[in-house]
Each structure stands twice: as C-alpha cells, then as structure tokens.
Design a protein around this ligand. Structure first.
Ligand SMILES: [Mg+2]
Length: 198
C-alpha cells in the first residue's frame, strides 16, 4: 500500500470511530430521555436567589411607595423581571435537565398578584411555574408529581424538600441579596453547588 493510501485509510478509520462514539452518546442520551419522559420525572427550582438574582425587583417595589407585602407591592415585584439577573450555575443545571427530558418546575415564594407575564417569560425552560407562598406551599407542590431534586437557597427550601422526600440541593445566595435570613449553606449536611452565588 502506498504512503498516501495508508494515510487516507487512517483518516477514514478515525472518522468511523468518531462516528461510532457520537452514535453511542446519542443512544445513551435517547435512553435517558425515554426513561425520564416515560417516568414523568421532574426537577424543581426555587425562584428568588436560586434561578435569578431578584433583589433589584424587590428594591424597585420597596421604593415605589406601595405598602410592603400588599397585592400592589407583589404586582410590582412580579412584573419587574426585566431587572432580575439569571444565575449562571442554576441555569446551566436547569437546561441540562431539560435536555435530558426532565420537566423543570419553578416554585416562586410570592403571592401570585400580576404574575401571569412571569409564567410566560419562563415557559421555555419550565412548563410549570407555581406561586408557592406560605409556610408549607413548597412541600405541598413537591409532593405532587415525581420530583427527584429540588434546588433552593434557603434553609427552609432544604427542609421542605426533605419533608416531601425530594433530594435537596443548595444554591448559594449572592452576598448582595436583600434576603439575609434563613441561610446557612451546608449546615443541614446537604449538597451545596460551588460557585452558585453568581
Ligand atoms: Mg429563594
């Protein structure tokens, strides 16, 4: 065999083995996707300080003159999502799950006042967005459906996930968040995602 043909053959062989690798990866993905879809497996994400840094929306509502924690106040918060900044790690994780066939659910710990546009805003990532305000609203939501994981920033998120028999994962809060209470990452011996504060 000539030198040229040998080189060409080596190239073809390499191409075939790469194609095989890609094919097996696609088959693995297909298998995961089927199992997840057939089992209707879900993952859930808390909203404030987990999926987005929403402090600017909160600040806008506080400085609007609306009486804090009234329907008017929450309407301003719920409609100021253009001020909120997506958190990188949580988004990356959420999209990996979405592509693996999981249906991500977003649990927003706020009253639903004026919240319809927010639901629409997130429909591509999460077909289901639930306004879950109140002491055990998240636990109730997590008990309905086959949830495997719940990502949240507060201690309560971790406890509520466990109470609903869902595996909790901690997302770190930004240091500049307006929320300071209910936050001791690692104190409940839960899994904490590194660099998730950004
Ligand atoms: Mg939160």
């Amino acid at each position: 065999m000539g030198e040229l043909t040998k080189k060409a053959k080596a190239k073809v062989d390499k191409g075939v083995s790469n194609a095989k690798k890609i094919l097996s990866l696609m088959m693995i993905w297909g298998l995961i996707f089927s199992v997840v879809t057939i089992g209707r497996l879900r993952v859930a994400f808390d909203y404030d300080d987990t999926l987005v840094f929403s402090t600017p929306a909160m600040r806008k509502a506080y400085s609007s003159g609306a009486i804090p924690h009234t329907a008017q106040f929450w309407k301003i918060v719920n409609q100021s999502y253009d001020l909120e900044q997506p958190k990188f790690m949580t988004h990356a994780i959420a999209w990996v799950f979405r592509l693996a066939g999981f249906q991500p659910t977003i649990l927003v710990s706020r009253p639903p006042d004026g919240g319809e546009p927010l639901r629409k805003e997130w429909r591509h990532l999460a077909p289901k967005l639930v306004f879950a305000s109140g002491a055990d609203a998240k636990r109730v939501a997590l008990s309905q459906g086959n949830y495997l994981l719940f990502f949240g920033d507060s201690d309560t998120d971790i406890r509520e996930a466990r109470a609903a028999h869902v595996f909790p994962v901690r997302i770190r809060r930004s240091r500049t968040s307006i929320f300071k209470e209910d936050y001791h990452p690692g104190s409940l011996h839960e899994l904490v995602i590194p660099f998730s504060e950004y």
